[in-house]
Design a protein around this ligand. Structure first.
Ligand code: S3P
Length: 191
């Protein structure tokens, strides 16, 4: 078991060949929780884009939205992601809107393997409902309507990611194993 796990890890790392892994998807899909566990297994540094933006700006994401607006947040987001990936390899979790920007998609394609964590509306609602104040985009209206609209706009763009992984919930370690297997399979066939 431990040997099989180790050889899967070694295979993934050798096939990545210095590229980063970039997790994307809607807020609440589990990018950060899953990302931390996959990073630990691969021995890669885990970086959360929102946390880096907060460090760069010296304030919380919700305060950046409130003080400077979404457009300024997106500008900062693009710059910070570019810097993180240039300094990689890392396992990077993007904020839900980051992959919508064409320059970010190009940077991600240049330095990393993009992985979409796909989660349905019901599960997202359950997850984001637990921390309603964390998400500025959900503050002004009905979360179900907002998420439904965002999904409609974003899913066709998220679908440009190299690898798609569906999450039906489950524990973090189950999801880590699903992601590790999917990475292994994808990298084997895309060799
Ligand atoms: C956003 C998602 C958030 C954060 C910001 C905007 C979005 O990140 O970047 O609130 O546009 O979906 P998470 O996906 O990590 O919640």
């Amino acid at each position: 078991m431990a040997n099989r796990r180790q050889s899967r890890t070694n295979r993934i790392l050798s096939q990545l060949d210095g590229r980063s892994i970039v997790l994307l998807g809607m807020m609440g899909c589990g990018k950060s929780a899953i990302g931390k566990m996959v990073a630990r297994r691969l021995g890669l540094e885990f970086v959360d884009a929102d946390t880096e933006i907060e460090l760069a700006a010296g304030r919380a994401v919700s305060d950046i939205f409130a003080e400077y607006g979404e457009e300024e947040f997106r500008r900062l987001e693009e710059k910070v992601i570019e810097r993180i990936l240039e300094d990689g390899p890392v396992l990077l979790a993007l904020g839900g809107g980051a992959f919508m920007a064409e320059p970010t998609r190009q940077i991600v394609a240049k330095y990393g393997l993009s992985v979409w964590i796909k989660v349905d509306l019901e599960l997202l609602l359950e997850r984001v409902g637990r921390r309603p104040n964390k998400r500025p985009l959900l503050k002004n209206g009905n979360p179900k309507e907002i998420l439904t609209n965002l999904l409609e706009i974003r899913e066709p763009v998220y679908a440009k990611a190299e690898l798609h992984i569906e999450s039906k919930g489950g524990t973090k370690s189950e999801m880590r194993n699903v992601v590790m297997d999917a990475l292994d399979e994808h990298l084997k066939v895309s060799q």
